[in-house]
Design a protein around this ligand. Structure first.
Ligand code: SF4
Length: 336
Protein backbone atom coordinates (compact mmCIF):
# COMPACT_ATOMS: atom_id res chain seq x y z
CA UNK A 1 0.00 0.00 0.00
CA UNK A 2 2.88 2.41 0.79
CA UNK A 3 6.09 2.59 -1.25
CA UNK A 4 9.53 2.16 0.29
CA UNK A 5 10.47 5.75 -0.64
CA UNK A 6 7.47 7.18 1.18
CA UNK A 7 8.19 5.03 4.24
CA UNK A 8 11.79 6.27 4.35
CA UNK A 9 10.73 9.90 3.96
CA UNK A 10 8.08 9.62 6.67
CA UNK A 11 10.35 7.73 9.08
CA UNK A 12 12.72 10.71 8.84
CA UNK A 13 9.80 12.85 10.02
CA UNK A 14 9.44 10.57 13.05
CA UNK A 15 6.48 8.54 11.79
CA UNK A 16 6.65 4.88 12.69
CA UNK A 17 4.94 2.36 10.44
CA UNK A 18 2.93 -0.46 11.90
CA UNK A 19 2.12 -3.48 9.75
CA UNK A 20 1.13 -2.62 6.20
CA UNK A 21 -1.23 0.37 6.52
CA UNK A 22 -1.01 1.98 9.99
CA UNK A 23 1.32 4.53 11.56
CA UNK A 24 2.01 6.43 14.77
CA UNK A 25 3.75 9.72 15.45
CA UNK A 26 4.15 11.43 18.80
CA UNK A 27 2.22 14.70 18.96
CA UNK A 28 4.19 17.79 20.05
CA UNK A 29 1.65 18.36 22.82
CA UNK A 30 2.33 14.89 24.22
CA UNK A 31 5.99 15.85 24.52
CA UNK A 32 5.07 19.24 26.02
CA UNK A 33 2.87 17.75 28.72
CA UNK A 34 5.47 15.11 29.62
CA UNK A 35 7.85 18.04 30.21
CA UNK A 36 5.12 19.92 32.11
CA UNK A 37 5.07 22.64 29.43
CA UNK A 38 1.35 22.79 28.76
CA UNK A 39 -1.26 20.61 27.19
CA UNK A 40 -3.24 20.60 23.95
CA UNK A 41 -6.57 22.24 23.28
CA UNK A 42 -8.34 18.91 23.62
CA UNK A 43 -7.18 18.91 27.23
CA UNK A 44 -8.62 22.36 27.79
CA UNK A 45 -11.87 21.58 25.95
CA UNK A 46 -12.48 17.90 26.82
CA UNK A 47 -9.99 16.85 29.51
CA UNK A 48 -7.78 14.64 27.29
CA UNK A 49 -4.43 14.08 29.02
CA UNK A 50 -1.97 14.94 26.23
CA UNK A 51 0.81 12.92 27.88
CA UNK A 52 -1.38 9.82 27.76
CA UNK A 53 -2.46 10.28 24.16
CA UNK A 54 -1.30 8.24 21.17
CA UNK A 55 -1.67 9.87 17.77
CA UNK A 56 -2.11 7.30 15.00
CA UNK A 57 -3.93 6.21 11.87
CA UNK A 58 -5.21 2.86 10.67
CA UNK A 59 -5.00 3.92 7.03
CA UNK A 60 -2.32 6.08 5.44
CA UNK A 61 -4.24 6.56 2.26
CA UNK A 62 -6.63 9.47 1.69
CA UNK A 63 -9.07 10.50 -1.05
CA UNK A 64 -8.25 14.23 -0.81
CA UNK A 65 -5.21 16.39 -1.42
CA UNK A 66 -6.06 19.32 0.86
CA UNK A 67 -4.03 22.47 0.23
CA UNK A 68 -3.69 23.14 3.96
CA UNK A 69 -2.48 19.64 4.88
CA UNK A 70 0.96 19.79 6.46
CA UNK A 71 1.55 16.07 6.13
CA UNK A 72 2.63 16.04 2.52
CA UNK A 73 1.19 15.08 -0.81
CA UNK A 74 3.63 12.22 -1.18
CA UNK A 75 1.41 10.05 0.96
CA UNK A 76 -0.79 7.61 -0.98
CA UNK A 77 -4.14 8.58 -2.48
CA UNK A 78 -6.89 6.12 -3.17
CA UNK A 79 -10.66 6.03 -3.30
CA UNK A 80 -10.94 2.46 -2.07
CA UNK A 81 -9.15 0.15 0.29
CA UNK A 82 -6.64 -2.09 -1.42
CA UNK A 83 -4.06 -4.53 -0.13
CA UNK A 84 -3.59 -6.46 3.10
CA UNK A 85 -5.90 -6.01 6.10
CA UNK A 86 -3.96 -6.20 9.36
CA UNK A 87 -5.54 -7.54 12.52
CA UNK A 88 -6.85 -4.87 15.01
CA UNK A 89 -5.14 -6.53 18.01
CA UNK A 90 -1.83 -6.52 16.10
CA UNK A 91 -2.23 -2.84 15.10
CA UNK A 92 -3.03 -1.68 18.63
CA UNK A 93 -0.28 -3.72 20.30
CA UNK A 94 2.39 -2.73 17.79
CA UNK A 95 1.28 0.93 17.72
CA UNK A 96 1.55 1.14 21.51
CA UNK A 97 5.01 -0.43 21.35
CA UNK A 98 6.13 2.06 18.69
CA UNK A 99 4.62 4.99 20.61
CA UNK A 100 6.35 4.04 23.87
CA UNK A 101 9.64 3.48 22.05
CA UNK A 102 9.44 7.00 20.61
CA UNK A 103 9.00 8.37 24.14
CA UNK A 104 11.62 6.30 25.92
CA UNK A 105 14.20 9.11 25.59
CA UNK A 106 12.28 11.02 28.26
CA UNK A 107 12.92 8.29 30.81
CA UNK A 108 15.20 9.47 33.58
CA UNK A 109 15.06 13.13 32.54
CA UNK A 110 14.51 15.51 35.48
CA UNK A 111 12.37 17.72 33.25
CA UNK A 112 10.07 14.90 32.12
CA UNK A 113 7.96 15.04 35.27
CA UNK A 114 4.95 13.36 33.61
CA UNK A 115 6.83 10.61 31.81
CA UNK A 116 5.78 7.83 34.18
CA UNK A 117 2.10 8.68 33.66
CA UNK A 118 2.62 8.60 29.89
CA UNK A 119 3.54 4.92 29.96
CA UNK A 120 -0.18 4.17 30.12
CA UNK A 121 -2.03 5.34 27.00
CA UNK A 122 -5.61 6.35 27.82
CA UNK A 123 -6.57 8.11 24.58
CA UNK A 124 -6.13 7.39 20.90
CA UNK A 125 -6.39 10.25 18.39
CA UNK A 126 -7.21 8.66 15.04
CA UNK A 127 -6.25 11.76 13.13
CA UNK A 128 -2.58 11.52 12.28
CA UNK A 129 -2.86 11.30 8.50
CA UNK A 130 -4.83 9.45 5.84
CA UNK A 131 -8.41 8.31 6.37
CA UNK A 132 -8.64 5.92 9.34
CA UNK A 133 -12.33 5.22 8.80
CA UNK A 134 -11.79 3.14 5.64
CA UNK A 135 -9.76 0.45 7.42
CA UNK A 136 -12.16 -2.49 6.94
CA UNK A 137 -11.83 -3.59 10.60
CA UNK A 138 -12.15 -0.11 12.11
CA UNK A 139 -15.14 -1.14 14.22
CA UNK A 140 -13.23 -4.01 15.80
CA UNK A 141 -10.32 -1.65 16.43
CA UNK A 142 -12.52 0.94 18.14
CA UNK A 143 -14.22 -1.71 20.27
CA UNK A 144 -10.83 -3.07 21.27
CA UNK A 145 -9.70 0.39 22.45
CA UNK A 146 -12.90 0.79 24.38
CA UNK A 147 -12.51 -2.65 26.06
CA UNK A 148 -9.04 -1.58 27.18
CA UNK A 149 -10.35 1.67 28.68
CA UNK A 150 -8.88 3.84 25.90
CA UNK A 151 -11.02 6.70 24.62
CA UNK A 152 -11.10 7.38 20.87
CA UNK A 153 -11.46 10.57 18.83
CA UNK A 154 -11.75 9.82 15.11
CA UNK A 155 -11.47 12.48 12.40
CA UNK A 156 -12.90 11.85 8.95
CA UNK A 157 -12.88 14.01 5.83
CA UNK A 158 -16.56 13.55 4.90
CA UNK A 159 -15.89 11.53 1.74
CA UNK A 160 -17.04 8.14 3.09
CA UNK A 161 -20.63 8.60 4.29
CA UNK A 162 -21.46 4.90 4.38
CA UNK A 163 -18.46 4.29 6.64
CA UNK A 164 -19.71 7.01 8.98
CA UNK A 165 -23.12 5.38 9.04
CA UNK A 166 -21.75 1.94 9.93
CA UNK A 167 -19.08 3.17 12.37
CA UNK A 168 -19.35 1.81 15.91
CA UNK A 169 -19.47 4.27 18.78
CA UNK A 170 -16.27 6.27 19.30
CA UNK A 171 -15.83 8.71 22.19
CA UNK A 172 -16.09 11.69 19.83
CA UNK A 173 -16.53 11.70 16.07
CA UNK A 174 -15.12 14.57 14.00
CA UNK A 175 -16.11 15.64 10.53
CA UNK A 176 -13.96 18.13 8.63
CA UNK A 177 -15.87 20.75 6.68
CA UNK A 178 -13.17 22.56 4.76
CA UNK A 179 -15.23 24.97 2.68
CA UNK A 180 -18.69 26.55 2.63
CA UNK A 181 -19.46 25.92 -1.06
CA UNK A 182 -19.04 23.17 -3.63
CA UNK A 183 -16.65 25.24 -5.76
CA UNK A 184 -14.41 26.14 -2.83
CA UNK A 185 -14.35 22.58 -1.53
CA UNK A 186 -13.06 21.40 -4.90
CA UNK A 187 -10.35 24.06 -4.84
CA UNK A 188 -9.26 23.43 -1.23
CA UNK A 189 -9.60 19.66 -0.81
CA UNK A 190 -8.80 18.62 -4.40
CA UNK A 191 -10.93 15.48 -3.95
CA UNK A 192 -10.56 12.28 -5.96
CA UNK A 193 -14.30 11.60 -5.91
CA UNK A 194 -16.27 13.42 -8.60
CA UNK A 195 -19.37 13.43 -6.35
CA UNK A 196 -17.44 14.93 -3.42
CA UNK A 197 -20.17 17.46 -2.54
CA UNK A 198 -22.89 14.83 -2.42
CA UNK A 199 -20.62 12.77 -0.19
CA UNK A 200 -20.12 15.72 2.16
CA UNK A 201 -23.87 16.33 2.42
CA UNK A 202 -24.60 12.66 3.08
CA UNK A 203 -21.80 12.55 5.67
CA UNK A 204 -23.44 15.48 7.47
CA UNK A 205 -26.78 13.68 7.42
CA UNK A 206 -25.27 10.52 8.94
CA UNK A 207 -23.27 12.56 11.46
CA UNK A 208 -26.53 14.05 12.71
CA UNK A 209 -27.80 10.51 13.44
CA UNK A 210 -24.85 9.36 15.56
CA UNK A 211 -25.39 8.69 19.26
CA UNK A 212 -21.93 9.67 20.50
CA UNK A 213 -20.73 13.25 20.80
CA UNK A 214 -19.86 14.77 17.47
CA UNK A 215 -17.81 17.73 16.33
CA UNK A 216 -17.46 19.63 13.07
CA UNK A 217 -14.00 21.04 12.43
CA UNK A 218 -13.46 24.11 10.29
CA UNK A 219 -9.92 25.04 9.23
CA UNK A 220 -9.88 28.75 8.45
CA UNK A 221 -7.55 29.83 5.64
CA UNK A 222 -7.32 33.61 5.53
CA UNK A 223 -8.60 35.17 2.29
CA UNK A 224 -9.60 31.74 0.94
CA UNK A 225 -12.38 30.11 2.97
CA UNK A 226 -13.05 32.72 5.70
CA UNK A 227 -16.25 33.96 4.07
CA UNK A 228 -19.81 32.66 3.50
CA UNK A 229 -20.70 32.36 7.20
CA UNK A 230 -24.31 31.68 6.35
CA UNK A 231 -23.37 28.79 4.05
CA UNK A 232 -21.08 27.33 6.72
CA UNK A 233 -23.90 27.61 9.25
CA UNK A 234 -26.26 25.84 6.88
CA UNK A 235 -23.86 22.89 6.52
CA UNK A 236 -23.23 22.78 10.28
CA UNK A 237 -26.95 22.80 11.00
CA UNK A 238 -27.38 19.77 8.72
CA UNK A 239 -24.69 17.87 10.67
CA UNK A 240 -26.14 19.01 14.02
CA UNK A 241 -22.87 18.41 15.95
CA UNK A 242 -22.47 18.85 19.70
CA UNK A 243 -19.34 20.91 19.17
CA UNK A 244 -17.75 23.06 16.49
CA UNK A 245 -14.02 23.69 16.50
CA UNK A 246 -12.81 26.60 14.38
CA UNK A 247 -9.07 26.39 13.92
CA UNK A 248 -6.52 28.50 12.04
CA UNK A 249 -4.64 27.04 9.12
CA UNK A 250 -0.98 26.79 10.17
CA UNK A 251 1.68 27.59 7.59
CA UNK A 252 3.85 24.54 8.20
CA UNK A 253 5.02 21.41 6.40
CA UNK A 254 3.97 20.70 2.85
CA UNK A 255 1.14 23.25 2.91
CA UNK A 256 3.83 25.90 2.30
CA UNK A 257 4.03 24.65 -1.29
CA UNK A 258 0.41 25.64 -1.90
CA UNK A 259 -0.39 28.52 0.47
CA UNK A 260 1.29 31.72 1.64
CA UNK A 261 2.17 32.76 5.16
CA UNK A 262 -0.47 35.51 4.83
CA UNK A 263 -3.09 32.76 4.57
CA UNK A 264 -2.45 31.83 8.23
CA UNK A 265 -5.00 33.66 10.42
CA UNK A 266 -4.05 35.17 13.75
CA UNK A 267 -6.02 33.99 16.74
CA UNK A 268 -7.99 37.24 16.70
CA UNK A 269 -8.96 36.55 13.05
CA UNK A 270 -10.31 33.14 14.10
CA UNK A 271 -12.31 34.78 16.88
CA UNK A 272 -13.70 37.47 14.55
CA UNK A 273 -14.71 34.81 12.00
CA UNK A 274 -16.31 32.72 14.77
CA UNK A 275 -18.27 35.65 16.23
CA UNK A 276 -19.75 36.27 12.79
CA UNK A 277 -20.53 32.57 12.37
CA UNK A 278 -22.18 32.50 15.81
CA UNK A 279 -24.81 34.97 14.57
CA UNK A 280 -26.14 32.21 12.30
CA UNK A 281 -26.03 29.41 14.89
CA UNK A 282 -28.56 30.18 17.65
CA UNK A 283 -28.23 26.73 19.31
CA UNK A 284 -24.53 27.21 20.04
CA UNK A 285 -22.33 29.43 22.12
CA UNK A 286 -18.66 30.31 21.74
CA UNK A 287 -17.39 28.91 25.03
CA UNK A 288 -13.62 28.39 24.97
CA UNK A 289 -10.39 29.04 23.13
CA UNK A 290 -6.81 27.78 23.10
CA UNK A 291 -4.63 30.63 21.97
CA UNK A 292 -1.40 28.69 21.18
CA UNK A 293 -3.38 26.50 18.74
CA UNK A 294 -5.49 29.42 17.45
CA UNK A 295 -8.68 27.48 17.96
CA UNK A 296 -12.08 28.27 19.45
CA UNK A 297 -14.81 25.95 20.63
CA UNK A 298 -18.54 26.32 20.09
CA UNK A 299 -20.72 24.07 22.23
CA UNK A 300 -24.43 23.37 22.08
CA UNK A 301 -26.22 25.39 24.72
CA UNK A 302 -27.50 22.16 26.31
CA UNK A 303 -24.01 21.68 27.80
CA UNK A 304 -24.35 24.85 29.88
CA UNK A 305 -25.58 23.78 33.35
CA UNK A 306 -26.28 25.78 36.49
CA UNK A 307 -22.65 25.50 37.61
CA UNK A 308 -21.10 26.22 34.19
CA UNK A 309 -20.18 24.37 31.01
CA UNK A 310 -19.91 20.57 31.00
CA UNK A 311 -17.64 19.46 28.15
CA UNK A 312 -14.96 17.46 30.00
CA UNK A 313 -15.16 13.71 29.57
CA UNK A 314 -15.85 11.62 32.65
CA UNK A 315 -13.23 8.95 32.01
CA UNK A 316 -14.89 6.55 34.44
CA UNK A 317 -17.79 6.57 31.93
CA UNK A 318 -16.82 8.41 28.72
CA UNK A 319 -20.46 8.70 27.66
CA UNK A 320 -20.85 11.33 30.39
CA UNK A 321 -19.47 14.84 30.71
CA UNK A 322 -18.40 16.80 33.77
CA UNK A 323 -17.70 20.45 34.51
CA UNK A 324 -15.14 22.21 32.29
CA UNK A 325 -12.59 23.91 34.60
CA UNK A 326 -11.66 26.89 32.38
CA UNK A 327 -13.87 28.55 29.76
CA UNK A 328 -14.25 31.96 28.11
CA UNK A 329 -13.01 33.84 25.07
CA UNK A 330 -10.56 36.73 25.26
CA UNK A 331 -9.81 36.81 21.53
CA UNK A 332 -6.41 38.22 22.40
CA UNK A 333 -2.92 36.91 23.02
CA UNK A 334 -1.97 36.03 19.46
CA UNK A 335 1.52 34.59 19.28
CA UNK A 336 2.88 36.30 16.19
S1 SF4 B 1 -5.50 14.90 21.50
FE1 SF4 B 1 -4.59 15.54 19.54
S2 SF4 B 1 -3.53 17.50 19.98
FE2 SF4 B 1 -3.94 16.47 21.96
S3 SF4 B 1 -2.08 15.30 22.42
FE3 SF4 B 1 -3.48 13.92 21.33
S4 SF4 B 1 -2.91 14.09 19.17
FE4 SF4 B 1 -2.01 15.85 20.23
Amino acid sequence: MVSKDIIEEMEKQQYRFVGSHSAVKVCGWTRNMINDKGSCYKHKFYGIQSNKCMQMTTCLSCANRCLFCWRGHKEPVSKEWNGTIDNPEFILTKSLEAHHKLLVGFKGSDKAVKYNESTEVKHVALSLTGEPIIYPKINEFIDLCSQKGISTFLVTNAQYPEHIKSLNRVTQLYLSVDAPTKELLQKIDVPLFADYWKRLLLSLQYLSQKEERTCIRLTVIKNINDTNHKEYANLITQGNPDFIEVKAYMHVGSSRDYLERENMPLHENVVTFSRELAKHLPDYELMSEHIPSRVVLFAKKKFLKDDGWHTWIDFTNPKNLVKTPVTGISGKGTLD
